[in-house]
Design a protein around this ligand. Structure first.
Ligand code: SF4
Length: 330
């Protein structure tokens, strides 16, 4: 899906890299290959990890809170993050995994009574064709589909999948700082991520945003401030926003974990800017794990880490003052 012939090469239109791929060669992701002037994907249906996770792990805090997801992934990514926690499956050239059909995945979710399939762990854009087919079938069974994505996806790809895609978490690092993306992630331009967010919003896909704060090299308060302002100006002040702690990993074991203090400072600033729901993630035990009513401050969803302890809502309204919270529930 999503490619064009351009002279004797192929232009891939799936992710924002828009690779121009000569005959016999692969794109940057090493998953899509030009064979005889046709673009093929090498990881179709090859599932390398499958698990049942709370939706809060994605993180999605406002989309069916307390639900389980069937979480799946295939090999591949269009980024090269030096600190990837899933680098064994995102950064390898070797396509492995057990082969499933789209119907198999939906059947597994359905048999287990799971109502949400999450395309996660690696970049779901790079498994687009399979995700597209699974999500189309899942819809028929009233199963929701969510992408946990870096947001480096074209508007054409979003348009194609939007009617089957219910929610996304778009995952920023270092608050989207362009130099950080170039230096530590091999991403030349961050603007397509912001375009993708606008496009998801236009297509009414439910959005949450996360932001990984990397101590010393990706923790500028002004970048976090700018990102929070951008969300309010271009999306909505009720978009949930997660500040995530960094874990030393892969090629960046020399960088320490993020302190709770920094994350709480960044959450506080996002709330001061005007974002209504901002959270600490990857470090448990913060007061910013709970959802508070924006109007009266009542605690409406209580969590410990990725586990929901209590939901105190009437539908999606605060039981104290009746204010509508941006939460999707049955
Ligand atoms: S998905 Fe992205 S990285 Fe892979 S070939 Fe297409 S444009 Fe290149």
């Amino acid at each position: 899906m999503l490619w064009l012939k351009e002279g004797d090469k192929i232009r891939c239109e799936l992710c924002a890299r828009r690779c121009l791929i000569p005959e016999g060669k692969e794109g940057f992701c090493k998953v899509r290959i030009n064979k005889n002037n046709t673009l093929y994907t090498k990881n179709y249906g090859k599932i390398v990890s499958m698990d049942i996770d709370p939706i809060e792990k994605k993180p999605l805090f406002h989309f069916y809170p307390g639900s389980q997801t069937l979480s799946i992934s295939s090999i591949g990514c269009n980024f090269k993050c030096q600190f990837c926690i899933n680098w064994e499956i995102s950064q390898t050239d070797k396509i492995t995994g057990k082969t499933y059909s789209p119907e198999d995945i939906v059947k597994i979710a359905n048999d287990k009574g799971i109502k949400i399939i999450a395309y996660t762990y690696t970049e779901p854009t790079i498994s687009f064709e399979f995700a597209y087919r699974v999500s189309r079938i899942a819809k028929r069974y009233n199963i929701k589909n969510v992408f946990v994505t870096n947001g480096y996806i074209t508007s054409g790809a979003i348009k194609k999948i939007a009617k089957y895609l219910d929610a996304v978490t778009v995952d920023f690092k270092a608050s989207g700082n362009p130099e950080f993306y170039k230096k530590y992630m091999a991403v030349p331009d961050v603007r397509p991520i912001f375009d993708a967010l606008k496009s998801f919003n236009k297509h009414r896909v439910f959005i949450e945003i996360s932001n990984l704060i990397v101590p010393g090299i990706g923790d500028k308060p002004e970048d976090n401030h700018k990102l929070a302002e951008w969300i309010i100006e271009n999306l909505d002040s009720s978009v949930p926003y997660h500040l995530l702690g960094f874990t030393p990993c892969y090629h960046m074991t020399n960088v320490p974990p993020t302190s709770l203090e920094i994350l709480e400072d960044f959450v506080t600033d996002a709330l001061d800017v005007g974002l209504r729901y901002s959270y600490v993630g990857n470090i448990w035990g913060s007061r910013f794990e709970n959802t508070y009513c924006y109007n009266c401050g009542q605690s409406v969803i209580e969590r410990t880490g990725i586990f929901v302890n209590a939901i105190n809502l009437e539908g999606n309204r605060c039981p104290n003052c009746g204010f509508a919270i941006n939460v999707v529930r049955d």
